[in-house]
Structure formats: C-alpha cells, structure tokens
Write a protein that binds this ligand. Sequence first.
Ligand code: HEM
Length: 426
Amino acid sequence: CRKPPSSNPPPLLTLDSRRLYGPIWRSRFGPFDVVNVATAELIAQVIRQEGRYPVRTDLPHWKEYRDMRGQAYGIHVDTGPEWYRIRSALNPKMLKLKEVAAYAPIIHEVVSDLLQRVELLRLRSPDQVTVKDLASELYKFGFEGISSILFETRLGCLQEEIPTDTLRFISAVNDMLALSEMVLFFPRWTRHIFPFWKRFVQAWDDLYDVGMLKFNVCIRDAQYIISILVIYIILGTSNTLSWTLYHLARDAEVQNRLYNEIASVCPNKELPTAEHLTRMPYMKAVIKETLRIYPVVPGNGRLTVDSEVIVDNYWFPKKTQFHLCHYAVSHDESNFPEPECFVPDRWLRDNPSRSQHHPYSSVPFGVGVRACVGKRVAELEMYFALSRLMQHYEVRTEEGAPSIHPKTRTLLIPSKPIDLQFIPRA
Ligand code: HEM
C-alpha cells in the first residue's frame, strides 16, 4: 500500500499468540479460564452453537456491584429470557433502517455543534488550523449524539463550558472502563490493599447519581440507560471517526476520492440524508476498512451456558468461556492481503482489489442474535459526521507527525493524542 499506518506496528493483542499457538489455544485472564479462537471459521462454529439466549461473558465484577447496591443487571449484563425481553423490544426500533433514519434531524443537530466546535478550536490554535487531541472532541460528540438520540437529552458536551455534572459523568465512564480490567485481574482478597475496587464502585455510583439526574429518570430506567451508555457506544463511534480522519489525513488520494463522492452526491454542501448515503459506497468502504484495522471491541466473548459444544473437533463442557479474537482475524493475511494497509477498495463490489474474505473475518459489531443493537444508529452518526466534516474541511497531519498505534483499555483506543489540521474548503 502507499501509506502504511506505521512501519512497525507493535505486537498487539492476540496476533502474537496465534502465531505461537495456532488458531485455538487456552489462556487465563484474571478469574477466567479462556478458550481463544482466532480464525473466522472457528468464530462461526462458536456462534452457530450459541443457543437462544447467548451470554457474552460473566462480568462478575459488574454483577457484584449491582448485587451490592440491589440493582437490576440491564441489557449488557442480563442473560436468558430477561435479556431477550429487553432486546426484542429494542430490535424493531434500532435495527430497521427506516426507523433509524428518523433520527437524522437529531444527529444533524449534534453534527452542527461538532462543526462549530472544530471551527472554534482550529481558529483558536496558534496556526489557526490545528485541532489538538481530536479523539477527545469526538468522544464528547459521541456522548452528546447518543444521549440526544436515545434519551432526548442534550448534555452540553460540545459547549464551551461543559456542565460540571456532565464532566463528572464523562470521567466516571472513563474510570469505570479503565478500572474494569484491573478489578478483574486482581483476586478479591487484594481489594483492601489496592484502591481499584473502591474507585470502581465510586465510578458506578457516580454514573447512577448523575445519570438519574441528567436523564430525569427513576433508578430502574437509569440502570437500563447506563448499561447501554457506558460501553462500546460512546467510544465506538468516536474512536472509529478518529482513526478514519487520521488515515484520510495521511492519504490524500483516498481523501480526494471520498470528497469527490460526497460532493457529487450532495453538491454545495447540501445536508446529506439517509437516501444520499445509499449512493456513497466509497464512504461506507472507508468506515468498514477503519473498523477492520481498529475494531473498537478487539475481542468478544461467548460463554456456553445451555449445552456442550464441539469446536475445531474438540469437545467443550458447559460454562466454557470462548474469546473470539476479532482483531487477530481481521488482521489475517489469508482474508485481507497486506492487512496493516488501509485500503477501502477491498470493500467495493466490482473492484479487482476486493478481498475474498470469510463473512466472519471482520465483524466489528459482533455477530448472531446478541450482536450490537446500535449498529445502524452508529453507522448513521458516523456517515453524517464524516460527510459533513469532509464537505467543510480538508484534513492534514502536521509536518513530521508521528504514527499513532492503538492500545487496549477494554476497548481499542489511540495510544497518543491525534492532532490534525483542518483546512477550510472553498
Ligand atoms: C462504532 C460503533 C460501535 C461498535 C463498533 C459497537 C460494537 C459492539 C459489539 C462488538 C458488541 C458485542 C456484540 C456481540 O456480543 O456479538 C456490541 C453490543 C452492544 N452495542 Fe454496540 N457498538 C457500537 C455502537 C453502539 C451504539 C451507537 C449503540 C446504541 C445506540 C450500541 C449499543 C449496544 C448494545 C445495547 C449492545 C449489547 C447488545 C446485547 O447484548 O444484546 N452500540 N456493540
């Protein structure tokens, strides 16, 4: 490829283990005994046997907090018929394109705030073009977007002065995610020695306190809202947009092609609609390629509950925790030649460089009946934000800017701030 994301990407996640052990191996993570599967075919085998009420993982520390406070679990943590009840109510509202398209005006309102914020930040910078730490701005955008869509509440994240309780909420989400791995990793008896558990409980308490106040709801609804809000959602769209802009800034040809597509479908900076998006295959390919290289959820889980399963001709008893190694699979050469290269063309139909890949080789939103319920909303939000940013600006990197690698914090995030230049278009 013309512009590899980095000449020497760091050994990340399960890629090295797969090289060492092959496509299936066992490992330990905190209290979990885990069976890792790292080919698309093996992921498909696990999903085919996931049953009617799939369980992702046990999340014992999340459950423990809720038990301690006498609260319900919510969609992320719930299992069995209770999960199915909530999920069946959400599916028609969230997964039908027509229903989701109705959110377009709200999303555009939040995207307009994002554009204003970018304009303000760039004008305020010494060179009048650079926006520092773009990911954190997009993170606020993700927050604002999802709370306006799901709860019809504006949090004021993109305002000049962010309200104090919104700041407290944002930092509680960060703490909860950062501490989640620590809490799992260290045995329970260490809780009086290390501060992690106490801070983890505090983060959840803050989430509920501010959540109930902000969304003006009772505790039961807050449990549901916060379960939805905290993980994947906020960081999902913002991270994906950050990496997309990072690559576009480094590859003028891809950026020009994208801009030309947007300008031809929506001339004169016309606001894109859901219908316009159906005529923007290249933009969809750009986002797909970003999610392939940086799947926000780099590894997913399935816990076998109801029955024994056979995977790769091995027999596994009930209660086996499988780790589905999304990252390793979407970086697999046999599915995606030159996997570290950013090549949106691989996703275009009728294109000679379209990859022949297994349908489960890049599944950033998960698969099966428990897959991401917010996929359509997330896509709409990302397409609108990206197309309008492109209509208004050309993005570039600063002279000599370093390559940025991803790192894991439960989710896959940039390891350093991404600073980009936003050059206004005529
Ligand atoms: C780029 C953005 C996003 C990515 C990459 C993403 C990814 C994921 C993944 C991988 C899962 C686990 C799926 C599985 O176990 O098979 C998931 C679950 C979930 N996501 Fe997303 N997500 C994103 C945005 C969103 C948004 C915007 C919402 C809400 C509107 C959302 C709501 C949820 C919920 C509620 C679940 C749990 C579903 C269940 O357990 O039934 N996500 N997401």
